[in-house]
Design a protein around this ligand. Structure first.
Ligand code: ZN
Length: 563
């Protein structure tokens, strides 16, 4: 799971009149400038001077490999993307260059910040819900009917991460492995990784790159997922098909993404300290004891890194600040998952987005409590808590997973669980004396400011839904209050503790029961933007929504650099 929002609510009102020349859906606006300005440019880099010569050679190739990921992802997102990109690249007019730039921000012709409104003439008015993973005209019911006719092993492929669904010559649906579907791009990608492995000095990096190179050709990702779990190297890299958010039909299919990063050892050690309390927190989760994991398994590693290049889905829209991978329950069960915190991304976001938002959305008396440290620590807790609570479950005697049972609402629920569960975990550590009591005063106001950062992304996206759910729930519990005069929110710190515990328990219990209908009802009741919240959100319209990183190590210097 990653920590970002993909779809965003902000429409024309959010960017002022300049972007509003054509309110009708399907017709591109005359200038994309105001839309592009919503992404504050930042330069992201890291100190590579301590890398060995071999590792530096490997780094160069890994940075190159991101370009291939971009191409695979574009193809996954929409069948027309590759041809469209060629056309856009050939257009040298200023408008053409703007279209190209905004296409690359979104990695497609639909504006993620505008409910996937198209911004290039001639593309379909609706982004396909199933992306390019399924036949474009396939209905959900058609898939389910086909699925019911398949033996179990074939069902696994049909609903699996690494298979597209296509039609055969008779018009019948069939599952196609990624290794076959994207062979023309996975072959050179595999070769680049193998060459990088040959240069790399670090054994765990070499092993990961070699196994990943194999996986791209064999479609068997298990071994390389395990190797990624054991990756412990100055160059930390994550490359492959991972997140399922783009599959809005079923959340089954994984999009290719990549992060090339440099490890930050000092921070990694500091943060790993929290991990030693994970089992204890699990044992004290506010759910029935039978739903707790008696043994969490081997301690999952934490990495704090600085981004130097990204590719594929990682480029699209709002930037990932932290992630928890892999998503495959089999690997999670056996080795746990690994958390990667993108420190330089988080710092940039805090500086460019969160502080300005806090100034307008949070009651002035709580402004001085909004700090980078609690912001960073809560993101860490969020990622840790993804690993806690129910994953593999039992519904009326049937062994299954939360992901399979919760289907399309699974991500929203899981993100809310990680956020509010993260608060629960940190409060637990405060009460234990592991964190100072004064941390409370910073944690909750900073979290509140973060709610509005995410809510700007809209209540359609998993993270936005999750945050709206939390905000309204905490509000109804009396832990959040609204200042009618100022149009600002504040947190009532003494009430947060119980409210956070209650919501954490409620969400995790629904997950443990695999209770899809009740979970859907909960989201239906709370995961919406109330008028007061909208009033506050409207005030934020002129602020940048996210960052647009440029990576000097990847030769990206095209846009005006950071102020
Ligand atoms: Zn998350």
């Amino acid at each position: 799971m990653n920590h970002r929002a993909l779809l965003v609510l902000i429409t024309c009102t959010a960017i002022g009149l300049a972007g509003c020349s054509s309110p009708k859906r399907g017709i591109p606006v005359s200038t994309l400038g105001p839309k592009i300005k919503r992404f504050a440019p930042v330069v992201l880099s890291a100190d590579t001077s301590t890398l060995s010569e071999g590792n530096r050679g490997a780094l160069r190739l890994l940075v190159q490999s991101m370009k291939i990921l971009d191409r695979i992802y574009l193809r996954q997102a929409w069948s027309g993307n590759e041809e469209l990109l060629k056309r856009l690249t050939g257009d040298e007019t200023p408008e053409g260059q703007e279209r190209l730039e905004y296409f690359l921000v979104n990695m497609g012709p639909w504006s993620k910040l505008d409910r996937d409104e198209p911004f290039i003439a001639g593309v379909p008015p609706q982004k396909p819900l199933g992306a390019n993973y399924y036949p474009e005209r396939m209905k959900k019911e058609e898939f389910l009917l086909w699925l019911s006719t398949l033996p179990e092993s074939e069902q696994k492929k049909a609903t699996g991460f690494f298979f597209t669904v296509r039609t055969d010559q008779y018009g019948t649906l069939k599952a196609v492995p990624y290794s076959e579907e994207y062979r023309d791009l996975l072959t050179p990608l595999s070769k680049l990784l193998r060459n990088a492995a040959a240069l790399a000095d670090n054994p765990s990096l070499r092993a990961y790159l070699e196994k990943r190179a194999d996986a791209f050709l064999s479609n068997e990702y298990y071994d390389s997922d395990i190797a990624w779990m054991h990756l412990d190297s100055p160059i930390d890299v994550t490359i492959g098909p991972y997140e399922v958010y783009m599959d809005e039909l079923f959340n089954y299919k994984a999009a290719f993404e990549g992060f090339v990063t440099i490890r930050n050892d000092t921070e990694s050690v500091k943060l790993a300290r929290f991990s030693s309390y994970l089992q204890e927190i699990e044992d004290n989760l506010p759910i029935a004891p039978r739903y707790r994991n008696r043994t969490l398994g081997s301690m999952a590693p934490i990495r704090v890194v600085d981004e130097v290049a990204i590719g594929g889905e990682s480029r699209a829209g709002v930037q990932t600040a932290a992630f928890n991978l892999p998503n495959d329950e089999r690997v999670i069960r056996e080795t746990g998952s690994k958390r990667v915190m993108l420190r330089n991304v988080q710092e940039a976001k805090f500086r460019k987005i969160l502080l300005p938002i806090a100034g307008l959305a949070v009651d002035p008396f709580q402004h001085s409590s909004i700090k980078f440290e609690p912001f960073f620590t809560h993101i860490l807790a969020h990622e840790l808590v993804h690993g806690l609570g129910p994953h593999t479950i039992n519904v009326r005697g049937r062994a299954t997973t939360v992901r399979q049972e919760m289907k399309e609402i699974g991500s929203a629920l899981e993100e809310a669980k990680a956020d509010v569960g993260g608060l629960f975990a940190l409060q637990y550590l405060i009460d234990k004396g592991v964190l100072p009591k004064t941390f409370e005063e910073l944690l909750y106001p900073t979290f509140l400011a973060g709610i509005f950062r995410t809510l700007r992304f809209g209540s359609e996206d998993a993270h936005g839904q999750g945050m709206a759910l939390q905000c309204n729930y905490l509000w109804d519990e009396g832990a959040v209050q609204y200042n009618e005069t100022l149009g600002t929110f504040s947190v009532i710190i003494p009430k947060m503790k119980e409210a956070v515990k209650k919501l954490t328990g409620e969400i995790m219990t629904l997950q443990a029961e695999g209770n899809y209908q009740k979970a859907k009802d909960l989201l239906g009741r709370y995961a919406l933007v109330r008028p007061q919240m909208q009033r506050t959100l409207d005030k934020l319209s002129a602020l940048p929504v996210d960052i647009h990183p440029q990576f000097p190590l990847a030769g990206e210097t095209d846009r005006s650099s950071e102020e």
